[in-house]
Ligand binder design. Sequence first.
Ligand code: DQA
Length: 144
Amino acid sequence: MKILVLNGPNLNMLGIREPDIYGAQTYDNLIALITSHCEKKGIEVNCLQSNHEGDLVDYIQQAYFDKVDGIVINPGAYTHTSVALLDALKAVSIPAVEVHISKVNEREAFRQISYVSYYCSKTITGKGFDGYIEAIDFLADGAK
Ligand code: DQA
């Protein structure tokens, strides 16, 4: 079982960025949590982050050639703008779960649209870092 965890713009700034919304833990803390969980479960995981939309499209496309079984994606602000990320997910046809650290549904109106949600089989919001773990487990259980 191979999983790609993809984080979009500004998620590298976790811990610094609006801690009242995103918490005090850093991006490195997030990756440590994911890595140790996947190690325990025997899941091969690759965690990537980019501030650039095209890089994220490239990473999704590469997942197809790397025979990745599932994608966990937090597209950050590109959630609300990017048809390109939606199309990339549709192109590779790999099961995917959308994660948001914050409660996006209780925030500004412009955050209420998610393009990737048209593809993702599940959306997890407002559970902090635990949302990534829930998404990984959902994909791992589904692929068994
Ligand atoms: C986010 C929510 C988005 O609206 C925001 O642009 C982010 C992070 C979240 O994890 O809660 O960058 O995806």
